[in-house]
Design a protein around this ligand. Structure first.
Ligand SMILES: O=C(O)CCC(=O)C(=O)O
Ligand SMILES: [Fe+2]
Length: 338
């Protein structure tokens, strides 16, 4: 799809939350002898992985070269993965490895800045861009052991929005960061062995359409499928793709968006770069009629990405039941305000 076509349908955004000032500094938490109880997750969410997920590794070379056979093979493998758990990895994806390394380095450089500097881009309420440590303002329990930097990106914007964002908040030295980072960086820090009690990102399904993730070699991404947690092996140069709830709704529930989490490594810090792809705000998510089955039954109501975003930002922490609870909330708010 060329960028003109895709901009008719897609916008992209990364959505994370703001913080309280004294908790901006993740090094503060790392120095604590005991993990504060707000960061301790229930045992059921912490069950360790025993196996690797056998997700398909899809080679996109044929697709990019216009090769029919290669394209069909890739499509078949992606379809199979989406019917099972919605996770696959891609190689020969066309994203220059130098851009990925530069984005990674710039993200790492940002997370190493002193807290006072990071706080210059701190996320404010209702914003979708900015730096956040842990989401402490929004939740009082099961906090994620990580810091995040989120940046809004709209493909059809003429302005160098991201470059301007970094330059105006952090200064000229960060122009390059703006050039490379079109992602949200998750930095799961290790510290005092919090890995045994905490999670970098708790179990959730992404509300997005698609998530494209670049993870470093530390690993920690786990997927819950076949009734167990399974790890997604970091593969050098590959991107992890998973479908989110919006895509599930678009496929009338046929393609699965799977529960996943990021565990904290007890020895090493981990950085992951997630690019969330979402429909344009005004596009209604309606599955094609041939996915409705004989009865023409719709699994989910007509909604827009901004409805789901509002729900997950202001009413509900994304978890295993987001789409089900969103549907209830959305239908009842519609019946109150028809
Ligand atoms: O860091 C990861 O591997 C996953 C992060 C994630 O699931 C998310 O940001 O939605
Ligand atoms: Fe996720």
């Amino acid at each position: 799809m060329d960028s003109n076509n895709s901009s008719l349908l897609l916008s992209s955004s990364s959505v994370l939350l703001h913080h309280q000032k004294h908790q901006l500094d993740s090094s503060f938490w790392e120095k604590q002898i005991k993990v504060p109880k707000q960061f301790i997750w229930p045992k059921g969410d912490l069950v360790e992985v025993q196996e690797e997920l056998n997700e398909p590794l899809v080679d996109l070379e044929g697709f990019f070269k216009g090769d029919e056979m290669g394209t069909q093979q890739a499509a078949r493998r992606i379809r199979e993965a989406c019917l099972k758990h919605g996770f696959f990895q891609v190689i020969n994806h066309g994203v220059d490895s130098r851009v990925l390394s530069a984005a990674y380095d710039q993200t790492a450089k940002f997370f190493k800045l002193p807290p006072t500097l990071k706080s210059r881009v701190k996320k404010i309420p209702e914003a979708t861009s900015g730096y956040a440590s842990s989401h402490t303002d929004r939740f009082s329990s099961k906090l994620p052991w990580k810091e995040t930097l989120s940046i809004d990106f709209h493909e059809n914007s003429q302005e160098p929005v991201v470059v301007n964002y970094f330059k105006s908040n952090l200064g000229e030295d960060f122009e390059q960061t703006g050039n490379e980072v079109l992602i949200s960086g998750n930095n799961g820090t290790s510290g005092n062995q919090p890995g045994r009690l905490t999670l970098g990102t708790g179990p959730h399904r992404d509300p997005t359409s698609l998530t494209i993730l670049y993870q470093d070699e530390v690993g920690g991404l786990d997927v819950f499928t076949n009734n167990k947690w399974m790890s997604v092996r970091p593969r050098p140069g590959a991107l992890v793709i998973n479908i989110g709830e919006t895509f599930t709704a678009l496929s009338n529930g046929i393609y699965k968006s799977c529960l996943h989490r990021a565990v904290v490594n007890t020895d090493k810090e981990r950085i992951s770069l997630a690019f969330f792809v979402n429909p344009r705000d005004d596009k209604v998510v309606i599955p094609p009629s041939d996915l409705l089955g004989n009865q023409g039954t719709r699994m989910y109501p007509d909604f827009t990405w901004s409805d789901l975003l509002r729900f997950t930002q202001f009413h509900y922490r994304a978890d295993s039941d987001t789409l089900k609870n969103f549907t209830k909330w959305f239908l009842s708010s519609k019946s109150l305000n028809p």
